[in-house]
Design a protein around this ligand. Structure first.
Ligand code: PLP
Length: 468
């Protein structure tokens, strides 16, 4: 009742200074006790919404400011706030095929192992404090065990720091290592969220190109002043190439030569389809120059918000201190449930299952887009949940993406993944979360759009012959 009277006053339905019914009259009309109405009036008098006038009754306070939202008043931001431009981005409808990278979905955990995970948790004693800044000990144990087994890392639970995702782990490393204006090398094209985190720390980003073998380490060597590099060697984001062994060794040699640090983001290495992944760069590193960053976002579910850093000994304590000071923790129930999920073998079963599903979807994509007569080339298909469709020169990625959208298929274009001028163009297709039939249908529409564009353009046909 108090809430309703408050709302009526704020919305102007009860005018300032107007008289309310007596507590007896209101109680009778509402069929409630008079004591209740008196208590509500008293509460609102205490809050200043109403005033009681002796011998006269209860009134809406006369000196309340006019709080009605009037047109123009609430839509205008304060003058000093930064301006952001443009309309809110449009979104695909439920009938559309959404291949865009930023709304990527993953295959769900099976209902049975999900239920098992939480049943286990229900029997655990709830925590009474914030928990250790480095993360739940059981989860760190399980992660270290997994990384030794699956990624070739030589690490123990004491080396693992649990965070709310890989990007937060990178942010933590940047807070520890990046003074204002520090030059940090990033892949070009690269992961925008990582670049944003580094820029927010005041880093000066140095884009280093990527080719078929991953980061051009020769270019990194030539870029003076860089002492930190962020890379995705298992599955370069977004092009999807894998860094060759010789480049990995060259990168570690660069780090030793420059006394530099490499952050290895191993965000989806579990999801490799043609044979096992190469061992992580951090496993090759003998001198403590690589910080390994991992996540459960791709392999399990992005909504869990759990990732981790495996830091060399000299850095680990600093990362823990920073987390301690920030009060930041991944939620305890999720950490504990994940620890059980990993330790029980359910995690390995899940990875085997989703790998099969993703492989089917990948096959569907390849079936349709694998041979486009030189108009486009499908790349980065060996791993992960997305592919790169490189377009022949002359095909406009943005214009054609618009055409595809008009036919209900949404893709991400490559341009925003560059800091500088792009050296190629194309579409990024997150196919992982879509059923194979949907992938096939979406891919057919994309193929039609490209073929129609090529028919209408002689230069494109010539470029396509060249790409073939
Ligand atoms: C390159 C890269 N790193 C990390 C992540 C995952 O980040 P987080 O664990 O913060 O969800 C993603 C997700 O898209 C990614 O593309």
């Amino acid at each position: 009742m108090a809430q309703q009277i408050r709302a009526a006053i704020l919305e102007g339905r009860l005018r300032r200074g107007s008289r309310l019914p007596s507590s007896r009259a209101l109680a009778e009309s509402l069929g409630v006790s008079r004591t209740l109405v008196s208590a509500v009036y008293e509460e609102l008098v205490g809050e200043g919404y109403l005033e009681a006038r002796r011998g006269s009754g209860t009134y809406v306070a006369a000196d309340l400011p006019d709080l009605r939202p009037s047109a123009g008043q609430t839509s205008r931001p304060p003058a000093w706030t930064p301006r952001w431009q443009g309309e809110p981005p449009s979104r695909p409808s439920s009938r559309d095929v959404d291949f865009t990278l930023d709304r990527q979905v993953v295959e769900a955990v099976s209902a049975r192992s999900w239920a098992r995970m939480w049943r286990f948790l229900a029997r655990q004693k709830p925590p009474v404090d914030l928990g250790p800044p480095e993360g739940d000990p059981e989860l760190r144990e399980a992660i270290a065990d997994y990384l030794r087994r699956a990624r070739g890392l030589r690490c123990g639970p004491e080396d693992v720091v649990v965070t709310s995702g890989a990007v937060r782990a990178l942010e933590l490393v940047a807070r520890a290592l990046v003074p204002l204006g520090e030059a940090v090398a990033v892949e070009e094209p690269g992961y925008p969220a990582a670049r944003r985190v580094l820029q927010d720390r005041g880093a000066r980003l140095v884009p280093v190109p990527v080719d078929e073998d991953g980061l051009r380490v020769d270019r990194l060597r030539a870029a003076g002043g860089v002492r930190l590099a962020y890379v995705t060697p298992s599955h370069q984001y977004p092009l999807g190439v894998r860094m060759s062994v010789s480049r990995r060794i060259a990168l570690l040699e660069w780090a030793a030569w420059r006394d530099a640090v490499v952050v290895e983001d191993d965000y989806d290495s579990e999801l490799r389809f043609d044979g096992p992944p190469l061992p992580a760069l951090a496993g090759l590193d003998g001198s403590g120059r690589v910080v390994y960053v991992g996540t459960f976002s791709k392999v399990l579910a992005p909504g869990l918000r759990v990732g981790y850093a495996v830091a060399p000994r000299w850095l680990r304590e600093r990362l823990v201190q920073l987390r301690e000071a920030s009060g930041d923790r991944a939620p305890w129930p999720v950490q504990r449930a994940l620890a059980a999920f990993l330790a029980s073998g359910d995690f390995d079963r899940h990875v085997r299952r989703v790998r099969r599903r993703y492989a089917e979807r990948r096959a569907a994509l390849r079936e349709v887009l694998g041979s486009l007569d030189g108009l486009a080339r499908l790349r980065g298909m060996e791993a992960g949940l997305h592919a790169f469709l490189e377009l022949a020169p002359g095909l406009d990625e943005g214009e054609l993406a618009k055409c595809a959208r008009e036919r209900g298929v949404w893709v991400s274009v490559l341009r925003p993944y560059y800091l500088g001028l792009p050296d190629r163009s194309g579409w990024l297709l997150a196919y992982g979360g879509l059923p194979a039939d949907t992938v096939r249908h979406g891919a057919s529409v994309l193929s039609e759009v490209l073929r129609e564009a090529a028919r209408g353009s002689r230069p494109v046909a010539a470029a396509a012959r060249a790409l073939r």
